[in-house]
Design a protein around this ligand. Structure first.
Ligand SMILES: NC(=O)c1ccc[n+]([C@@H]2O[C@H](COP(=O)([O-])OP(=O)(O)OC[C@H]3O[C@@H](n4cnc5c(N)ncnc54)[C@H](OP(=O)(O)O)[C@@H]3O)[C@@H](O)[C@H]2O)c1
Length: 255
């Protein structure tokens, strides 16, 4: 028994659905009859062609613009969602930043740049807790609900044996602390809501692409497999799991 058994005519939201694992959740939920309404956020429609095509073919999918670094877009998106769906059953934070045209993960102390550390923190950590704040009224109702936040095992301080990737690691460790703390507050304000931090495993997306060399083939998951595994973990969640940091196979990870 777990959260998934309660799902019926449910509504779900994925934040960061333009590509990668977030887009995978959208596809998965569109094929899952337990979900009646699927909300998905994108940052720039011109770069979210696959999501747009899905929305054109599925009336249960609604798209919302949202950039986690712009609080007004978060407020507007959730207000819009709330006007259509007073009760949200599942929200997934699939936003993440590891590299882009201006940013590469640091291999050495010599590459530390404070403004890059702040960018990692803003996207990977601050965005998720802003969502926790705005989602509380829609996740709080008489049915069980889940806020699943995609973290990363490299954010584990106890498991850090390799070093490097200062900003990404630290932002994921911060993400873990923020969501763990929010789980305690939700426990008081909305005890039916479970917050969980989820490590997806190395997944074949643009985020991991430059670092896939050396990853054994059976350790590099296609997005469909990652999403199916994470949904199995989410489906099995119970209230006592709130605030936990879980691997893709459901096993707890060290903080
Ligand atoms: N792939 C892996 O091997 C792996 C391993 C461990 C953990 N993770 C975690 O899994 C999550 C999903 O990663 P992924 O592999 O799917 O990466 P991805 O393919 O690079 O997707 C990242 C997503 O985050 C969105 N995003 C970035 N900045 C944003 C912002 N300011 N506001 C709103 N959305 C923003 C992107 O939107 P745009 O398209 O607009 O840029 C995109 O939808 C991340 O938290 C990542 O850290 C991934």
């Amino acid at each position: 028994m777990g959260f998934g058994d309660s799902l019926e005519q449910a509504s779900a939201l994925v934040v960061g659905a333009g590509r990668g694992i977030g887009l995978g959740f959208v596809r998965h939920w569109l094929a899952d009859p337990r979900f009646d309404q699927v909300y998905a956020t994108y940052r720039d429609l011109s770069r979210a062609g696959e999501l747009l095509a899905l929305a054109q073919g599925h009336t249960k999918l609604k798209l919302l613009p949202l950039d986690v670094t712009d609080e007004a877009t978060v407020a507007d998106a959730i207000a819009h969602l709330q006007s259509q769906t007073p009760r949200l059953h599942l929200a997934v934070y699939a936003v993440g930043l590891l590299h882009d045209s201006q940013l590469q993960p640091e291999k050495s102390l010599l590459q530390i740049q404070p403004e890059n550390l702040l960018r990692y923190f803003q996207v990977n950590a601050a965005g998720s807790i802003l969502l926790a704040r705005y989602l509380l009224p829609v996740l709080k109702h008489h049915q069980p609900s889940v806020y699943g936040v995609i973290s990363a095992k490299v954010g584990s301080i106890g498991d850090n044996h390799l070093g490097g990737w200062y900003g990404y690691r630290a932002s994921k460790a911060a993400l873990n602390m923020l969501i763990k703390t929010a789980a305690l507050e939700y426990g008081r304000k909305s005890p039916q809501t479970i917050l969980a931090l989820l490590h997806p495993g190395t997944t074949d997306t643009s985020l991991s692409l430059p670092f896939q060399r050396g990853v054994p083939r059976d350790k590099l998951f296609p997005v469909t497999r990652t999403v199916a595994q994470l949904m199995a973990v989410i489906d099995g969640l119970n209230p006592e799991d709130s605030g936990s940091f879980l691997n893709w196979d459901g096993q707890p990870l060290p903080w």
